[in-house]
Ligand binder design. Structure first.
Ligand code: TXA
Ligand code: MG
Length: 324
């Protein structure tokens, strides 16, 4: 159900959930100070309760209300990248809801760079917790229609058009001593963060569940199964292997569709070809996967981008989508 900005604010103030646009993905928002409302997020998404949520705030001046420490490094990152696709994890004040924190001692904060989201935060005076507006482990939504397809027509959706970044924010934790760690890669890169922080991150953090996560802090909610389409999906480093797989499937009477990255020949099945630039692929990645998933073929064949730094965030999401 599409709602206006005024209706969205009224619903949030009543303690209801509303799907809202951000520049990264659509979020399922609730008043970040209302535990009953926050629990509706977990129920709607069927998400485990120990997964903390990102609190969306209207500007940098809101940070102190949520955290006990706002170290100089974090201030510089916020000033450089907010509004934008960077989430900062900082030590939480005692009053911050344990539902938002998933029982962590920290809270995740972000100022979204989307005019509709910012208008909602400013006009309502609320801070809203919002995970991606999809069922747990399924593909994140980048349009209002994706939200409705995933969560049903009854969910109030504030339509702000298609998301322009297209994948979830970069998450960085900053300790009181200013040491920082990348918890989730995004389109703001590790190098971008290091340049503004003036130092490299403390420890290389394991980003996948199958790698052992030993360094603190924990990365709650980072499951290998995240972001999956319903259709089984195979990843290919080499396009020739993807062609061969397409051929073999079709010879066996199975259907397939392919996602290609960059120029070149296409296999003889339905194909979505994305341009070979990381920001363009990120913007359209989930839309392409949603569209391919809707074809209900037997298997999706997905070409991996080159394994270099510019592609880390896209590679991360594709690798997760490939874990069935
Ligand atoms: O771009 C985004 O970040 C989107 C939009 C809606 O803002 N939101 C999003 O939320 O991706 P979600 O719930 O799908 O992912 C939030 C992740 C959690 O899974 C967890 O890994 C991390 O943020 N997180 C949140 N609070 C944390 C905390 N206190 N400590 C460590 N990680 C935290
Ligand atoms: Mg998510």
């Amino acid at each position: 159900m599409r709602v206006s900005l005024e209706q969205a604010i009224a619903e949030l103030k009543k303690g209801e959930v509303v799907a809202i646009p951000t520049e990264t993905v659509y979020g399922l928002a609730a008043d970040a100070t209302n535990d009953a409302a926050l629990r509706k997020i977990f129920a709607t998404k069927r998400r485990p309760a120990d997964h903390p949520l990102i609190v969306h705030i209207s500007d940098i001046h809101q940070v102190d209300a949520w955290v006990t420490d706002f170290p100089e490094v974090a201030v510089r990152l916020a000033e450089a990248f907010w509004p934008g696709a960077l989430t900062l994890v900082l030590p939480a004040r005692a009053h911050v809801s344990r539902v938002v924190r998933g029982d962590e001692p920290t809270v995740a904060l972000r100022v979204p760079d989307h005019p509709v989201a910012l208008a909602l935060l400013k006009q309502s005076g609320l801070s809203v917790a919002a995970p991606s507006a999809n069922l747990f482990t399924q593909l994140s939504p980048t349009t209002a229609a994706h939200v409705e397809a995933g969560l049903g027509e009854a969910i109030p959706v504030l339509d702000g058009g298609a998301c322009t970044v297209g994948i979830e924010s970069t998450i960085v934790s900053v300790a009181p001593d200013g040491q920082w760690q990348l918890l989730r890669p995004g389109m703001i890169s590790e190098a971008d963060i290091a340049a503004v922080a003036g130092m490299p991150q403390r420890v290389k953090h394991a980003l996948h569940e199958h790698e052992e996560i030993q360094a603190s802090p924990k990365v709650p909610g980072q499951h290998a199964l995240h972001y999956s389409p319903r259709t089984p999906l195979t990843l290919y480093q080499d396009r020739a292997d993807l062609f061969a797989a397409c051929h073999a499937l079709q010879n066996a009477g199975k259907s397939c569709a392919a996602l290609l990255i960059g120029e070149g020949d296409a296999p003889a099945c339905t194909v979505v070809a994305l341009p070979g630039q990381p920001d363009k692929v990120a913007e359209r990645l989930y839309s392409a996967l949603h569209a391919l998933d809707a074809l209900k073929v037997d298997r999706l064949l997905v070409e991996l981008p080159p394994a270099d730094a510019a592609w880390i965030a896209v590679l991360d999401r594709l690798t997760r989508a490939g874990h069935q």
